[in-house]
Design a protein around this ligand. Structure first.
Ligand code: G6P
Length: 613
């Protein structure tokens, strides 16, 4: 949700900020803006639409300056238009602010400021914050850092902000609570961003700003971190693992297809140093360090949103099968606001690609306050959720830029599978022979995905047939029921075709009423696991003239003959089928969306990192 970038140094800020916005555009893309300080002018330029629209407008203006802040927006308060776009000026136009998050008590603050004579041009909560900062600064006669600190003490909500001031060409003040913020340290220069992607090109030294911390970046003087309560903090400089090539399309037309094709590698990366194929063994440090917690857990609660929630469901099947521990999978947003029963002997797993999802972060805090042990499964290294959990395990899928999650999903499933196998083995609920068979097979998965990817052109071809469709149904049973949900989500997200995932047997309790020759039905029908039952479900669709697209195991004849289109996946263990079956579903959604002319990497209304609830 919203991307923020800042720069202060010896270089021209504009190109750095624009490039940064382009890298962060996956976070929001309904409007963009930039503020630059030059010759005692504080220039703010904004545009509705994409960063490219901002570039088009700004390049006719004075874009000089070695200090600036910039923003790409995903609207919360106020429609996406020019007035509501960030940066926002203060009333005197001496301050400019960018903000990612939501100021919940903005209405009360706004009323108070109106009574003091402040007027507002936008509907945003952000403009309220900058007016408040200005009011405090002027009425208390304090410097910008102090004004920001005092203002934030009055604010309820979530934010990552950056402020610059006319007449202060050597200073950026930034702060965070609930929304991410990273500072990059270059040679006599600082970069500021919502995540490290705009920074990695310039430096690999970063400081992750902590909760409720304010950072003052001063040209020539270094960086200073204090808390909102004004306690001075020491900061730790970390080294980035990310590389620039991971952030580029590398010859592919979209990030999404690049990321789909990366999966043989990302899954190997996920398993590297963990799955030892020769020794047929798995070692997950996060598990080993906390073995007793896992082995004594009476129940596991998994918290997640979106695609991560689907991987959690697959994790539930695996943990219950191998470790015999009851697992509950919860939407973070529901969990945090009901009165969940959380016991100290519960083990909580939080799954999040970004590590920043506001609801998951809040659900983690809630579980922590009930003394549960929290294990994070996240992709973005150094993000908020891993920093707020007791232990965890990175998925190592590398930066995922396409808004629709693909490689992060399969990496999450891989980690959950490894975890389930390890707990099962250690508890003795999984026989060693079975354990060895599955570990061996897990090691083969990247090669098997390569085989599936060879069918890309074929899938692209038959995807054209389905651009007419208004609706799709996805069916699967057992481990493949969550895969059906995920396949349907992929299609909805990027092609705007309504799609529903169902457990195949549940179809007759309602969705079967929708089946006609207009309705494409995607059925995951591998030979491993309830094959005959799924065949019966396919017969039911066939009898009602539904169009069947099946995912079958190589060598299958029966389902193939019943289907209009089939995609083959190699044979594997039942618990590993999701890792294979997900791939053709990602490709199908991608190609349908491309043929429909949709913006695959930046689907309408979505954002990749949801830092508001
Ligand atoms: C957004 C993204 C989804 C993602 C979900 C959860 O909705 O568009 O792709 O699955 O957030 O995100 P997380 O980063 O917590 O996995």
């Amino acid at each position: 949700m919203c991307g923020i970038v800042g720069y202060i140094g010896n270089k021209q800020a504009y190109p750095i900020l624009i490039k940064g916005l382009q890298r962060l555009e996956y976070r929001g893309y309904d409007s963009a803006g930039i503020a630059l300080l030059h010759n005692d002018n504080l220039n703010v330029y904004k545009a509705k639409g994409k960063v490219s629209d901002l570039v088009h407008f700004a390049e006719q203006q004075d874009i000089q300056g070695t200090i600036g802040i910039a923003h790409t927006r995903w609207a919360t308060h106020g429609e996406p238009n020019l007035v509501n776009a960030h940066p926002h000026y203060s009333q005197s136009e001496e301050l400019a602010l960018i903000h990612n998050g939501i100021i919940e008590n903005y209405a009360v603050l706004k009323e108070g400021l109106k009574e003091l004579g402040y007027t507002f041009s936008s509907e945003t909560d952000t403009e309220v914050l900058i007016q408040l900062i200005e009011y405090i600064k002027k009425s208390n006669n304090v410097d910008l850092t102090t004004a920001v600190q005092l203002a934030l003490n009055q604010v309820i909500g979530a934010y990552a902000i950056a402020v610059i001031e006319k007449g202060q060409p050597d200073l950026i003040v930034a702060a965070r609570k609930g929304s991410p913020l990273v500072v990059g340290i270059g040679d006599d220069e600082f970069f500021l961003a919502s995540d490290a992607t705009p920074i990695v090109e310039f430096t690999n030294k970063v400081v992750y700003i902590g909760e409720e911390e304010i950072v003052t970046l001063q040209r020539g003087k270094g960086l200073k971190v204090t808390t909102i309560a004004n306690v001075e903090k020491t900061h730790e400089v970390k080294e980035l693992e990310m590389t620039l090539s991971q952030l580029e399309k590398g010859g592919y037309p979209h990030f999404m297809i690049k990321e789909i094709f990366e999966q043989p590698k990302t899954l190997s990366d996920s398993m590297r140093g963990r799955v030892n194929v020769e020794a047929n063994n798995i070692t997950l440090a996060g598990f080993i360090d906390n073995k007793e917690k896992f082995l004594s857990a009476k129940r596991i609660i998994i918290l997640a949103c979106g695609t991560s929630w689907h991987s959690a469901l697959i994790g539930k099947y695996a943990i219950e099968e191998f470790a015999r521990i009851p697992v509950e999978v919860e939407y973070s947003s529901e969990f945090r606001y009901r009165k969940p029963v959380i016991n100290p002997d519960d083990l909580v797993i939080a799954i999040s690609q970004s590590g920043e999802t506001a609801d998951t972060l809040a659900a983690v805090e809630l579980a922590k306050s009930h003394d549960a042990f929290i294990f994070g499964i996240c992709n973005v290294v150094g993000s908020s959720i891993p920093r707020n959990t007791h232990s965890g395990c990175y998925t190592h899928a590398g930066p995922e830029i396409g808004v629709a999650s693909t490689k992060a999903f399969t990496a999450q499933v891989t980690v959950l599978t490894m975890l389930a196998l390890m707990i099962g083995k250690e508890k003795g609920t999984l026989e060693n022979e079975r354990y060895l068979q599955i570990v061996k097979e897990l090691g083969q998965i990247p090669e098997k995905i390569k085989e599936i990817l060879k069918q890309d052109a074929n899938i692209a071809e038959f995807a054209k047939t389905f651009t007419y469709a208004q609706n799709f149904i996805y069916l699967g049973r057992g481990y493949n029921f969550p895969v059906a949900l995920e396949g349907a989500l992929k299609l909805k997200e990027i092609s705007y075709i309504h799609a529903e995932g169902y457990p195949a047997a549940e179809m007759k309790h309602g969705p079967i009423a929708l089946i006609s020759q207009e309705m494409p039905v995607v059925v995951i029908a591998p030979s491993a696991g309830m094959y005959e039952k799924v065949v019966s479900n396919i017969q039911e669709i066939k009898a009602r003239k539904g169009k069947i697209i099946s995912i079958v195991t190589e060598g299958d004849v029966v389902v193939k003959n019943l289907s209009d289109y089939s995609i083959c996946i190699p044979d594997t263990e039942e618990c590993l089928v999701p890792l294979l079956a997900a791939i053709p579903l990602q490709l199908l959604a991608y190609h349908i969306a491309v043929v429909k002319g949709c913006n695959v990497d930046q689907p309408r209304n979505l954002a990749k990192s949801v830092t508001v609830e």
